[in-house]
Design a protein around this ligand. Sequence first.
Ligand SMILES: [Zn+2]
Length: 169
Amino acid sequence: MNPSSLCKVCKKQDAVLPEGGGAPRFCTKCWDTRLRQLFKEEDRFRIQRVMRTAEAEKYFIYHDDFEGGATAVAVAFALNDRAHDALEVSAFLAGKFNWHESVPFLYEEGVECEVEMMDVLLGIIENELVAGWRPCHWTAEITVATDEIFWIDSRDRESEDKDEADDKA
Ligand SMILES: [Zn+2]
């Protein structure tokens, strides 16, 4: 039997799940007992792109456990340096969310372990945010905000520059 078609966890039964999207990795028994739940750790994060330009994007990241997914647990920015084919990611994490909570997690290779919520987030950043840019290199700077994140919502700017320009004209 081809070993690649065996379940990655028990390594005995044929791998038939998940269906679609690449080769199946798990047998129905392992999938039903444990893995379905483990997979959800990553699914409980949701990344939403809120702004996009040719060189940069801004994202809000939500988690189901944080205020019912209504408020972002993180905001991230990606800046693309085309000259060096490099992507710089900056992410600011809400300190109110428990990033050090240990959660069960399953890697694509079928390896199970306990990881911190922070590691799950970093996986999301790498697999969903960075992968979309396909950069040659990437770096990330992660800051946990200990105080409330302070926002100025859409505010019109008095255009002093324009007035000065008018004065000169
Ligand atoms: Zn199995």
